[in-house]
Design a protein around this ligand. Structure first.
Ligand code: LUZ
Ligand code: MOS
Length: 762
């Protein structure tokens, strides 16, 4: 089935928040934010701005009737700065005017005196000064201290991975419209309608039932709207609450890039030990997460890093410690993979280090250590594994031996172009690591003409979840997809939603839809049995027909629904689903946090221009464990997008904050994301069919985040290509591998001079 949105998307008819027709009297907001990263606010000058034409009111923290607090996991983040600013871009005042232009013109007239305080941008510096968001956590398996003695080889190293701007096409936005009795209806571009509702209620000091958050769809989220859509909801709600007029705020791209947090940069240390057969028998890692100025989701992201310490490998002795370090950057937040990719990069860097030192191909070590069924992860859960299956199938299907020969032949024949090859196995845990979040609800109405309306907590952000919800309803009710419509995601219809995140949205909400539809089908079968004077067991609904002992009757879906209505049988159901058997004990750091894992292997080949340092990704060839995909077109789209986004993180996207904590890569001319030229020339995706049962909806495994990590293979393929040109080059594990760094890798002797130029520019 095609994505139900593709027609409207293509015609430009899909409605995003900024397309909602304006309610008469709508006002427009704009934020004045801190120009510096850390300091005491001495004086705020608003009067000049307040006299600008069209200005209705300027809100500061003093106008907050409830709590000036938007922190979710930890209450450490004011909505509007009070006495201190903690990052460049921290909101200080919210200007509301009769037009968008007037609001922004007034923002430029606001002045502030801030007494600067020391700025920390480096997580290791923050750690050294004990600036931790939460206490460090350590996951352990076996005993590394004793294991080192059994190792034939031990290697240590350091890695850095940079952050990543989400660059959803639709910037952050909200639109709050007063209703009667002090209520507000708030449109938001959020992955978490409930978080917006809860945050606004807290800031206004009103009960949640006074606020509705309604989400039509998002022009992309990628994690950037899991927690960080809340501030704009709260600001618009605050202004609409006071002024009793509709208030809308759509961030400009530059505001969005400057004010919102990004993927967490990590700096990490590893130590890896192998026996003489290249089995990894010990691994230690220390992760320094750059959390930014407030907790946001950082503790949960740090936890997911720990869960993915050993990536797709089984290692019997592990010690991994993670530090969430408070710096003066915008609070970093969820981004596809949620800390998992950062851990996987460190593991692959450790293996690459061992391989280079031992003079073997990394894939020899990778392959020897892939996890298999029964292997224990450092957090206690046991693998039920297709890691080896994916790897072996990829090796065979894409003929890795031949690919390798081709790369070697090319490299022998060419001096100024070199190819590189890398394999990247993925194993990603599916479920929110916070067990309580693994629940969802659905509301299904069958109208008496037989048409169906479905509401869930799932937010459509381009990932096709509404299409999947529709498929679940149509299939479970056994009606044509044309009979079913999926509604917007509203806190009035579905309460207490978990964010659409963690790759789990289709599973959680789809299971809820399935339960609701099954309950309705059950009641309809009882009605059919009465009408046909037969036993319920003999009734079957199929393709909008009622079958009796497998034979067609003259009762069809529509007549059955009408009959049920006339018999006063409920045609609606509200259902609740909670993932069974997931738990985690933080005191022991052991449990069974994931419903299942998604596996896959990617084979990446690249070509580097050794004169210029530029490169192209020739091919990414994947064997991916879909389970039994319920929508191969949608799932394929997720994989292609994930791969390209992962390649962007690993190769092009270079966030640059200066030492004063200002974002220098704050435009699309200084921050490069993948374009049509940088996507792989070929992407091959082979599903791995599995008969194994799993907890996914229709056994169609979660597909949102896992493919992102295939992009890590491109980093290591580039590294191998550089090594083919200059085998002794000392290439730091410092992602992204931009063309500039490739060039420095090819000609390390040139590095010193270039470094100086770079520092001067900064
Ligand atoms: N969000 C969250 C996530 O709150 N918990 C998670 O475990 C998670 N994992 C991936 C992406 N978002
Ligand atoms: Mo996410 S990183 O699944 O919002």
């Amino acid at each position: 089935m095609k994505n139900i949105d593709s027609g409207n998307h293509t015609k430009g008819q899909s409605v995003y928040l900024d397309d909602i027709p304006l309610v008469a009297g709508t006002l427009f907001g704009a934020v004045f934010s801190s120009p510096i990263a850390h300091g005491h606010i001495e004086q705020l000058y608003l009067s000049e701005a307040a006299q600008e034409p069209g200005i209705v009111r300027i809100f500061t923290h003093q106008d907050i009737t409830g709590e000036n607090q938007i922190g979710g996991i930890i209450p450490d983040e004011p909505l509007l700065a009070e006495h201190e600013v903690d990052f460049c871009g921290m909101p200080i005042a919210f200007v509301v005017a009769t037009s968008d232009e007037a609001a922004r013109a007034a923002v430029k007239k606001i002045k502030v005196d801030i007494k600067p305080l020391p700025v920390i941008t480096d997580p290791r510096v923050a750690h050294a000064q004990d600036q931790l968001i939460v206490p460090a956590r350590t996951f352990r398996l076996g005993d590394t201290t004793r294991a080192w003695e059994q190792c034939e080889y031990v290697f240590e190293g350091t890695t850095d991975t940079n952050g990543q701007e989400h660059l959803y096409i639709e910037t952050q936005c909200a639109y709050a419209i007063p209703q009667e009795n002090g209520e507000l209806k708030i449109y938001s571009s959020t992955q978490s309608p409930t978080a917006g509702q809860r945050t606004a209620a807290r800031v206004l000091g009103v009960p949640m039932h006074q606020l509705e958050v309604d989400v039509i769809r998002l022009g992309g989220g990628f994690g950037g709207k899991e927690d960080q859509a809340n501030a704009w909801v709260a600001l618009c709600a605050l202004a609409a609450h006071h002024l009793r007029r509709p208030v809308k705020y759509v961030l400009h791209r530059l505001e969005d890039m400057a004010m919102t947090g990004k993927r967490h940069p990590y700096s990490s240390d590893f130590k890896i030990g192998l026996d003489k057969d290249l089995k990894i028998i010990a691994y230690e890692a220390d992760f320094y997460q750059n959390a930014g100025a407030a907790a946001d989701l950082s503790p949960a992201i740090m936890e997911r890093t720990l869960f993915h310490t050993t990536s797709t490998y089984f290692i019997p002795n592990v010690r991994a410690t993670a530090f969430s370090c408070r710096t003066h950057l915008p609070p970093n937040t969820a981004f596809r993979g949620f800390g998992g990719p950062q851990a996987k990069f460190v593991m692959e860097a450790a293996i690459a280090t061992a391989a280079e030192k031992l003079g073997v191909e990394a894939c020899v070590i990778q392959k020897k250590n892939l996890n298999q069924t029964g292997d224990e992860f450092p957090f206690g859960q046991k693998a039920v594994s297709e890691a080896r299956a994916c790897w072996h199938k990829a090796e065979e299907l894409y003929d890795v031996a031949k690919l390798r020969q081709e790369v070697e032949a090319f490299n022998t024949a060419n001096i100024l172009y070199k190819k590189g090859l890398a394999l990247m196995p993925v194993c990603f845990g599916i479920s929110f690591t916070n067990t309580s979040m693994n629940q969802a609800r659905a509301l299904v109405h069958v109208y008496y003409d037989g048409s169906v309306r479905v509401s869930t907590g799932a937010v459509e952000m381009g990932q096709g979840v509404n299409t999947k919800m529709l498929q679940v309803a149509a299939q479970t009710l056994s009606v044509s997809p044309a009979k079913v419509r999926v509604q917007t995601t509203s806190t009035n219809r579905i309460a207490n939603t978990s964010p659409s995140a963690a790759s789990a949205t289709a599973d959680l909400n789809g299971k809820a839809v399935q339960l609701a539809c099954q309950a309705i089908v059950q009641r309809l079968k009882e009605v059919a049995a009465q009408v046909l004077q037969a036993s319920e067991a003999a009734i079957e609904l199929r393709d909008e027909q009622v079958l009796l002992n497998g034979q067609e009757t003259d009762l069809d879906w529509k007549k059955l629904v009408t009959a049920a209505f006339l018999k006063r049988v409920s045609l609606s159901e509200h259902s609740h689903y909670a993932t069974p058997d997931v738990y985690f004990d933080k005191t022991t750091e052991k449990g069974h946090p994931f419903a299942y894992h998604v596996y896959g292997t990617a084979i990446t080949t690249v070509t580097v221009d050794c004169l210029r340092g530029t490169y192209q990704v020739d091919a990414v060839r994947v064997v991916h464990d879909f389970g039994l995909s319920m929508n191969p077109a949608v799932d394929r789209g997720q994989i292609e997008g994930g791969i390209v986004q992962g390649i962007g993180w690993m190769t092009l996207e270079e966030l640059l904050y200066d030492t004063a904590g200002r974002l220098r890569s704050n435009t699309l001319s200084t921050y490069k994301i993948p374009d049509i030229y940088s996507v792989p020339k070929e992407i091959a995706i082979e599903p791995l069919q599995t008969e194994q049962d799993n907890l996914a909806i229709f056994r169609s495994k979660a597909v949102g985040e896992p493919p992102f990590m295939y992009g890590i293979g491109t980093y290591f393929a580039l590294r191998n290509a550089i090594k083919a040109f200059n085998p002794t080059s000392p290439i730091a594990f410092d992602a992204p591998m931009t063309p500039e760094k490739v060039l420095l890798g090819l000609y390390p002797q040139a590095a010193t001079g270039t470094q100086q130029v770079h520092e001067q520019q900064n």
